[in-house]
Ligand binder design. Structure first.
Ligand SMILES: NC(=O)c1ccc[n+]([C@@H]2O[C@H](COP(=O)([O-])OP(=O)(O)OC[C@H]3O[C@@H](n4cnc5c(N)ncnc54)[C@H](OP(=O)(O)O)[C@@H]3O)[C@@H](O)[C@H]2O)c1
Length: 327
């Protein structure tokens, strides 16, 4: 099968297309013919061994992915496609089923075929949804779901999503609305139209307005892009409320600290625990029209280097998809 591979950590140019042995499913696994996948932040961070996040984080990243070189040569965590074969112990999926999901740190989706256990993060594709949309459905939404659940029940609560135009942000806006929250979204000027269209009650363009001058309190402030700080947002959060973080070692420490002291808590729990039920829920929400992933650009998988460079501008709106034509 054709796959995008890399054998050393580095810039997007380390990625190349190669003919490799086809993935072989274990007894409890599905072999999925991949029709679409994505390039997301996890792919980018892993490919460069998190060098941009400092030596300590880079060291941890190499412990997970391979000290000197990557153990898993094929990146890509999100997929949508058809089951090409199923191991003998698989009972709930069969050849030809359309499925989507997320392989997480096992990666392997930047290829014509990938394998995933039937009990892992895989679910039937929702009806009326194409492969490219389904492929982009999980990364941002799983992260957003994990964070929003840490905040507690959101019905009738006010939440502010900072970085609302990213993969996590666009999912967070829609999911918070689904959970009954009143959502204020903060993004740059080019995100305003999309973020309004996906249902934010109020959109603040951070180039025109200082969102921290808002005098109405929020039950939660969700930094969906890892660019804000608890200290800067603290005055916006009601007593008993939470600051939801997606990134930053500092937030881990603040999480421990504020769990014991103070009346506003920083919530940042690693590793996130995403389940198959979460993917099933995402499929149901898509089918019900409550959640649709935002797709900024789609590239043929052969253009993975260009797609990756675009993702690394940190300017994408929602998600970047790779279409896989072969198989
Ligand atoms: N997705 C993952 O796999 C993953 C895994 C672990 C951690 N994370 C972390 O989660 C965070 C979000 O990931 P993501 O994939 O959702 O990001 P993303 O999609 O790459 O975010 C891009 C968006 O963020 C906006 N943005 C950039 N700088 C900003 C700023 N200073 N203030 C507000 N918005 C800004 C950009 O629009 P404007 O420039 O117009 O504002 C753009 O629309 C990142 O910190 C990432 O490291 C992600």
């Amino acid at each position: 099968m054709k796959a995008i591979v890399y054998d050393r950590y580095g810039p997007p140019g380390v990625l190349g297309i190669e003919e490799v042995a086809r993935a072989a499913p274990r007894d409890d696994e599905l072999l999925v013919r991949v029709r679409a996948t994505t390039v997301n932040r996890l792919d980018c961070h892993t490919r460069e061994a998190n060098r941009s996040n400092g030596r300590v984080i880079s060291g941890v990243s190499r412990l997970v992915s391979g000290i000197r070189r990557p153990r898993q040569r094929i990146l890509g965590t999100e997929f949508a496609g058809e089951v090409a074969a199923a191991g003998p112990a698989v009972t709930r999926f069969g050849a030809g089923d359309r499925v989507f999901g997320n392989t997480g740190l096992r990666f392997g989706c930047h290829a014509e075929f990938t394998c995933i256990a039937e009990t892992a993060r895989v679910a039937p594709m929702p009806s009326g949804v194409g492969f490219e949309e389904a492929a982009a459905a999980t990364d941002g939404a799983l992260n957003a779901l994990w964070c929003l659940r840490l905040a507690g029940p959101l019905k009738g609560r006010r939440i502010l999503v900072y970085g609302a135009s990213g993969a996590i942000g666009t999912a967070a806006v829609q999911l918070a609305k689904h959970f009954g929250a009143e959502v204020t979204a903060v993004c740059g000027p080019k995100g305003v139209e999309v973020v309004t269209a996906i249902g934010a009650d109020r959109v603040i363009d951070y180039t025109k307005e200082d969102f921290t001058s808002d005098r109405d309190g929020y039950f939660s402030v969700f930094d969906a892009v890892g660019k804000e700080s608890f200290a800067h947002c603290r005055s916006l959060i009601e007593p008993g409320g939470t600051y939801l973080a997606t990134d930053g070692f500092r937030n881990l420490l603040l999480g421990l600290w504020t769990a014991r002291l103070g009346d506003r808590k920083v919530m940042f729990k690693l590793p996130p625990r995403y389940t198959q039920q979460d993917v099933v829920l995402i499929g149901e929400l898509m089918e019900a029209g409550s959640y649709r992933p935002v797709i900024d650009r789609a590239y043929p998988i052969e253009d993975v280097v260009e797609a990756t460079r675009y993702v690394e501008t940190q300017q994408k709106i929602g998600n970047v998809v790779l279409a896989v034509r072969g198989g």
